[in-house]
Design a protein around this ligand. Structure first.
Ligand code: SF4
Ligand code: SF4
Length: 380
């Protein structure tokens, strides 16, 4: 039986009839009842069954799907593909320990996936039991919470392979290898297809998996091929420099209710040129307007960079621009490959980012590694 509010009666889930509670209690008068829910709700449901439906407490079973212990949602539910590895996250710069990953072997995807899953399960157990190991140490994502048993399907798959881009952002590792249109042919999505297909066959990725595309610039790659490959999943987050407005990207994001993430990192064309290495400000603003007129959800990012864009003028213009573009949210973060000195002046800029967002009614996120606490506010 299921909660009537979420599931329609007379529907079949995995060939099982969905019944509302009242009907099920009438049909299965002498059955035991198993409650599968978050522990914080269990007692409330038990009391409801006893008091309202007069069910004997002894017949109510708590199936412990959840346990409280230290773990990390990325380790449990995410996957990340890079050129040479399979991992779960990109938290390397935040760690005192090692990033959990296995070598990527595109010739033998089965073996590679098995070793990743075995590694993950053993690491989750060790962290849970507080057994000393060398991975994930110091990561702020490790928290004590209620965790469901690990499932083998992934909620999110990050495609972070090195792929070409026409930009030259000062903080990007990709552009040093593959910048410029001339390198577009160097990227072959096909070589990753057997791996992705194996993940699909093993149901590690499925129709509920959110695909995050942060590999180079999708609008200049084998765009249609990549988009159509992920038709069975949800291509739901695409990082783009937005130099090119792409109707295909717009359509896929719209269908999946996905997000276009654009790292603008500036409030003026001059700063944009210094940070991004190109002079495409006007073009990008035009593309963002086009995406907006397609009703695409846009997340506008600001990577705070020492002595480049850490000025009052840039940050305030950025927030006002975000307001005029009606973006869904603004994000402040830092270049994760470098330390940033959080001087009182820079802390004031972080405050400015927050206060101006609030004043103009824009949802914002300030990432944990910038000022030691994740701050966000959704404005509805
Ligand atoms: S604990 Fe940190 S390093 Fe480990 S998987 Fe999670 S996010 Fe990555
Ligand atoms: S736009 Fe993105 S992929 Fe391109 S150079 Fe900048 S950070 Fe790198």
């Amino acid at each position: 039986m299921r909660d009537k509010t979420n599931w329609e009666e007379n529907t079949l889930i995995n060939n099982i009839d969905i019944l509302c509670l009242e009907k099920a209690l009438k049909i299965y008068v002498n059955s035991d009842i198993v409650i599968m829910t978050h522990p914080s709700k269990w007692k409330e449901i038990q009391e409801y069954l006893v008091e309202v439906h007069k069910i004997d407490k002894i017949k109510i079973i708590n199936l412990e799907l959840f346990d409280k212990f230290i773990s990390c949602s990325k380790l449990r539910y995410d996957l990340r593909i890079q050129d040479d590895s399979l991992s779960f996250c990109c938290a390397e710069s935040l760690l005192q320990g090692k990033l959990p990953k296995v070598s990527l072997d595109l010739e033998d995807p089965e073996k590679c996936i098995n070793s990743l899953l075995n590694f993950r399960d053993s690491l989750i157990s060790k962290i849970k039991l507080n057994i000393e190991e060398e991975y994930c140490i110091g990561c702020p994502s490790l928290i004590e919470d209620y965790w469901i048993r690990p499932a083998n399907s992934s909620r999110r798959l990050d495609c972070s392979m090195t792929a070409p881009c026409q930009y030259n952002c000062c903080y990007c590792s990709m552009h040093k290898q593959l910048s410029g249109f001339k390198n577009i042919r160097k990227f072959s999505f096909s070589q990753f297809e057997p791996l992705l297909e194996t993940l699909r066959q093993r149901k590690i990725i499925n129709k509920n998996t959110k695909i995050v595309w942060v590999a180079g610039e999708l609008s200049i790659l084998q765009q249609n091929k990549i988009i159509s490959f992920f038709e069975l999943e949800k291509l739901d987050y695409i990082a783009s420099n937005a130099y090119i407005y792409s109707a295909e990207i717009s359509e896929v994001l719209k269908n999946n209710h996905g997000v276009l993430s654009v790292s603008l990192d500036a409030g003026t064309p001059q700063t944009y040129r210094k940070v991004k290495g190109v002079d495409y400000w006007e073009q990008v603003i035009m593309s963002l307007k086009n995406y907006k007129s397609d009703s695409i959800r846009i997340s506008l990012k600001y990577i705070l960079l020492e002595d480049l864009n850490d000025t009052y003028e840039d940050i305030s213009r950025f927030i006002y621009l975000a307001k005029s573009l009606e973006v869904e949210k603004v994000v402040l973060t830092r270049d994760v490959t470098k330390e940033i000195k959080l001087t009182p002046e820079r802390m004031q800029l972080i405050e400015l980012f927050k206060e101006l967002s609030i004043k103009l009614g824009i949802s914002y996120v300030i990432y944990a590694h910038l000022n030691n606490s994740i701050e966000s506010q959704n404005i509805i």
